[in-house]
Ligand binder design. Structure first.
Ligand code: TNX
Length: 533
């Protein structure tokens, strides 16, 4: 890896005609003080950077131009202006007039054909910084890159001299189409406002899927018309016995819309047949013995199961999937399937054989936790791998065999990608069943070669799950997600050739002041050379 990165840097330097290394020393002040942030000092690392030419200066009259822009390009320009105004103290008027200066947003048109659904180009030279993309998502990602080339929001008071963007060109597109983050809203409920705050943070790092774990033993979090007690009773508590909560359909639509405006797709999960105590407590008829258990506020797993032989179970599943699919514009619907320790193997297989076609009937593609590969994954199904270093060979082989047979994989290895694992023994929040997951460990793996025997092209992408047994506030979410989330985002976006911890940790350190400015209370891991506060 190191070797390849060196070659990559040399190419960069050669292409740029620069005599110095592309990355300045840790603690350099970036765009503050008039010095431009190097174009490759962003997360995720861009696929290609060519430095060179004089920096572009942005000033009091610099416009944001969307020449002949579509509604969507104009909306993105508005989003950019709203980010830049407080960050810089400049006016950044948005105009549809073309001109040679300013920040120019171009959607479609010549030269954007090869950029794909999410790629973009950022060209900085003369008096303009031009962001081009074939599709709106690419333009939005370009804006996120540009943000990182400017001073942190709210720091304009400390800025001296003009704002500069380094000269050169970034040409960028993702390695994987699925770059997810999961939030467990069942163990502890998080409000729409809290979810939106997390979405904003995910969007900064080009995450494009928000997986919501909507049901578990401790709470059912989505109101459905066909089985109303799921939410009103099953959602009435949480771990530790707090009051819980649930999303109305309008709340859920609001989350979907807010995410879509930031080019994230919501992937809803209803975990079945285990992790279902909240549903079983809400409706006695779902239980094999006809008796509803009490609500559960502890943190054990594996004690609950839907009743596989009962017809009512499939009426329930059909209604739930139908209503949830109708609310969800994205193509994926996650059916869980993990830790079904109270469901016999034959019953588990029978259940999955009956439930997967229901997802297809309502027009969605199945995602399941990787235990689904122990049943008969449907054609086109996706398995989410959450094993860790102690996961046995038989289990890994089962997943790899499924991948060779066409099941696509989302990789969430628990000892790398689980944001709820403690960083080390002193971390006050989180769990440690998969070990401690420091920042380097969470970053330093290659999704393309992670699972022995699984073809590289079976990997659909990566996801960073955040389970919430121990987490109940946005501050908790942020302390566990930052600084590890950007590393998983980079594994999902950046080419393997850019992978290098020593380079990454310097780019990561430069995010610290940005998080400070945004009020994100991150963990100041000693592995990262943060600038002094
Ligand atoms: C395992 S990961 C679980 C969850 C827990 C998590 C805690 C998975 C599919 N199941 O039920 O919340 O560990 O880290």
């Amino acid at each position: 890896m190191r070797r390849r990165r060196l070659l990559f840097s040399l190419l960069l330097v050669a292409a740029a005609g620069l005599g110095t290394a592309a990355v300045p020393p840790p603690g350099a002040s970036g765009a503050a003080g008039g010095e431009a942030t190097p174009l490759d000092r962003v997360i995720p690392a861009p696929a290609s950077v060519r430095g060179g030419g004089a920096p572009v200066t942005l000033g009091a009259r610099t416009p944001i131009r969307v020449p002949g822009g579509s509604g969507e390009a104009r909306r993105i320009a508005g989003h950019l202006a709203a980010l830049l105004r407080p960050a810089t103290g400049l006016a950044f008027p948005v105009t549809t007039k073309s001109g040679r200066d300013g920040i120019v947003l171009r959607l479609g048109g010549s030269g954007t054909g090869g950029l794909g659904a999410e790629g973009y180009r950022l060209t900085s030279g003369g008096r303009a910084v031009t962001l081009s993309a074939a599709r709106p998502a690419g333009l939005f990602h370009a804006v996120q890159t540009l943000r990182q080339l400017l001073p942190p929001a709210g720091r304009q008071g400390t800025r001296s001299g003009p704002l500069r963007i380094a000269g050169g060109t970034i040409t960028d597109s993702p390695r994987y189409s699925y770059r997810g983050a999961m939030l467990d809203v069942s163990r502890h409920f998080f409000t729409v406002a809290q979810v939106k705050r997390y979405i904003d943070q995910l969007a900064m790092y080009k995450i494009n899927k928000l997986h919501l774990h909507l049901s578990d033993d401790q709470g059912w979090r989505i109101a459905l018309a066909s089985w109303p007690r799921l939410a009103t009773y099953g959602g009435s508590t949480q771990v530790g016995g707090g009051k819980g909560g649930y999303y109305t359909k309008d709340d859920y639509r609001e989350i979907v819309r807010y995410a879509a405006d930031r080019y994230l797709t919501v992937v809803p999960e209803i975990d079945m047949p285990g992790h279902t105590n909240a549903a079983l407590a809400s409706y006695a008829e779902l239980n094999c013995n006809g008796q509803a258990p009490p609500l559960y506020t502890g943190t054990n797993v594996g004690f609950s199961s839907l009743c596989v032989p009962k017809k009512a179970t499939y009426d329930f599943v059909d209604d739930v999937i139908r209503e949830l699919a109708a609310l969800t514009p994205g193509r994926y619907l996650h059916i869980g399937g993990d830790e079904a320790h109270s469901t016999g193997h034959a019953d588990y297989v029978a259940f999955m054989d009956k439930v997967q076609p229901v997802v297809a009937k309502y027009g969605k593609t199945v995602i399941g936790w990787h235990q689904l590969t122990g049943a008969h994954p449907a054609k086109g199904a996706v398995a989410q791998y959450w094993g860790y270093d102690k996961t046995g060979t038989a289990e890994r082989t089962q997943v790899a065999d499924a991948a060779r047979n066409g099941t696509r994989l989302i990789l969430s290895p628990a000892d790398r990608a689980y944001l709820d694992m403690k960083y080390d023994k002193d971390t006050p929040l989180g769990l440690n069943w998969a070990g401690y997951v420091g920042v380097e460990r969470s970053y330093d793996w290659d999704p393309g070669r992670y699972l022995d025997g699984a073809p590289a092209d079976s990997v659909l992408g990566v996801e960073a799950p955040l389970w919430s047994e121990t987490l109940s506030t946005s501050a908790h979410i942020e302390y566990m997600a930052f600084p590890r989330l950007p590393g998983i985002a980079e594994l999902g976006w950046s080419p393997a050739a850019t992978h290098d911890w020593d380079d990454y940790k310097v780019r990561l350190a430069a995010q610290g002041p940005r998080w400070d400015a945004l009020g994100i209370g991150y963990y100041r891991s000693p592995e990262v050379p943060w600038p002094a506060r």
